[in-house]
Design a protein around this ligand. Structure first.
Ligand SMILES: Nc1ncnc2c1ncn2[C@@H]1O[C@H](COP(=O)(O)OP(=O)(O)OP(=O)(O)O)[C@@H](O)[C@H]1O
Ligand SMILES: [Mg+2]
Length: 459
């Protein structure tokens, strides 16, 4: 150890040259935005251009990498080594370099990098003040939260089972904990049909959870309609964003969060000229100003689908582990996410403000979600009817003698923009499962409103 003076010693070394080189190296690292990674307490990689290399003895070398093989292993360095000595100590022969400029070797003590936790639960008490705050992940300095009013739309990528849905759940849990259905509306597209079923029936859902590509198209139609409605409302009071609008009116509008899982697959299934995709591009570029935030997730980051969208406004990007550096580039604009450890689920690189940060996503369990949903009055335990649902039931009772075929209700509500035929069918299926409607005797037979559903209408 004595042989290798610590940083303090290097810096106080009377030989100014060495101290100066150390300073310049660190400056260069900072300027290039490079953090050095350590393994077992030793510097192992400082990447890319001018600064390089590292050895078992925590030597840091500043060299012209254009002239060196890309990876050089320095076995043993002391602060006395200059490039001249280097030729002798690197594994591969190194061409003698121009000795002017960046050619010093110095010994620095690496700052041991603090490890992120491999698993961390979501603690709502870490929520900082601010509106519509969502948890992004645990960083070195604590929990990182951002306001959805500032993140703009969010893109999340990562290979299968890397932690995307868990992240979305932690976001939804934090929002649902803090905001009522009057303040927050959710739109969920879940092609797998399993990730978000727990939320079915909570009062925050603006439309039933969509599972089929066709329904996904209708959901984006609904969002477009809502965006256009808001555009007129905002224009009437010269508001440029939701906060301004809500400050000026008596009936504030909720923030709408549209979670679309497996977005590339839906886009490819529907086609790049489909309503779904064209709506999505319009929403990505315009909806943010009207209090509609898109949160798009994909395990298949295809550039052909995402690039046009990204050019819009998906300014917050989160990459869990991905298969290739190309995927990482599509999501983050840079490589890196392919190198995240596979065994640590929920580990991500996030582009939040300017740079990338490595974070550990919060683990929210199914049980926590279910408990939350129960509290919100969703799920079978404590249903509440939304206004449109009340209207549908009331119509069935008053005009159809308590029993209805989906087609009948669909025709009666054809002009009502709050619903559509498939939404009515979904609703009827859900109510049927929850025992609120009788099962139809055959496909074309009417479903009957049960006394329980009637009591919800009256309650
Ligand atoms: N932040 C996390 N901390 C700890 N474990 C996690 C975390 N995120 C995910 N996991 C674990 O990984 C599993 C898969 O996560 P998740 O379902 O979120 O992946 P996914 O990316 O949505 O996968 P898919 O693309 O297949 O839908 C979870 O069941 C959980 O056990
Ligand atoms: Mg998932």
């Amino acid at each position: 150890m004595d042989k290798y003076p610590d940083e303090q010693n290097v810096l106080s070394d009377p030989r100014w040259e060495v101290a100066e080189a150390a300073r310049r190296i660190r400056q260069a690292l900072t300027r290039m935005g490079l953090s050095y990674t350590t393994k077992d307490g030793h510097l192992v990689e400082v990447s890319y251009s001018r600064v390089g290399v590292v050895g078992r003895e925590y030597g840091l070398l500043e060299v012209d990498l254009q002239r060196l093989p890309r990876k050089v292993t320095v076995n043993k360095l002391t602060h006395r080594d200059t490039l001249h000595h280097l030729t002798a100590v690197v594994g591969k022969p190194v061409k003698k370099l121009n000795t002017t400029g960046l050619t010093y070797c110095v010994v620095l003590h690496p700052t041991p990098k603090r490890q992120l936790p491999k698993r961390v639960g979501l603690d709502m008490d870490t929520r900082p003040p601010g509106e519509y705050m969502i948890p992004v992940g645990q960083g070195h300095k604590g929990a990182v939260w951002r306001s959805l009013l500032e993140t703009s739309h969010i893109l999340i990528g990562g290979e299968s089972r890397s932690g995307k849905s868990t992240w979305l759940n932690s976001m939804l849990a934090a929002l649902l904990n803090a905001y009522s259905a009057e303040q927050l509306q959710l739109v969920v597209v879940d092609p797998k049909g399993v990730e978000f079923t727990a939320y079915g029936g909570i009062p925050h859902l603006a439309v039933p959870i969509a599972e089929e590509p066709k329904q996904a198209g209708e959901v984006t139609d609904w969002l477009m309609g809502e965006m256009n409605r808001r555009r007129r409302l905002f224009a009437s009071c010269f508001a440029k964003h939701l906060t301004a609008y809500n400050a000026r009116v008596r009936e504030p509008l909720p923030l709408i969060v549209a979670v679309i899982d497996e977005v590339t697959d839906i886009a490819l299934q529907c086609g790049l000229r489909s309503r779904f995709y064209t709506n999505l591009i319009r929403l990505a570029s315009k909806a943010g100003s009207f209090g509609i935030v898109l949160v798009l997730a994909t395990q298949n980051p295809k550039a052909e689908v995402l690039n046009t969208l990204i050019k819009g406004n998906l300014s917050t990007r989160i990459a869990f582990r991905v298969a290739t550096s190309g995927h990482s580039r599509t999501i983050l604009g840079t490589k890196g996410a392919e190198g995240l450890p596979r065994e640590i689920r929920g580990r991500m690189l996030a582009r939040l403000d300017a740079g990338l940060v490595e974070l550990q996503g919060f683990l929210v369990t199914d049980a926590e979600i279910l408990a939350l949903v129960r509290r919100l009055g969703g799920g079978p335990a404590g249903l509440r009817l939304e206004p449109i649902e009340r209207d549908l039931v009331a119509y069935a009772v008053e005009h159809l003698d308590g029993g209805f075929k989906i087609g009948q209700l669909a025709r009666a509500f054809a002009d009502d923009e709050r619903t559509s035929a498939w939404r009515i069918r979904k609703l009827a299926e859900r109510w049927e499962q929850e025992g609120l409607l009788t099962k139809p005797a055959h496909a074309a037979a009417p479903r009957k409103v049960t006394p329980r559903l009637l009591s919800l209408l009256e309650g």
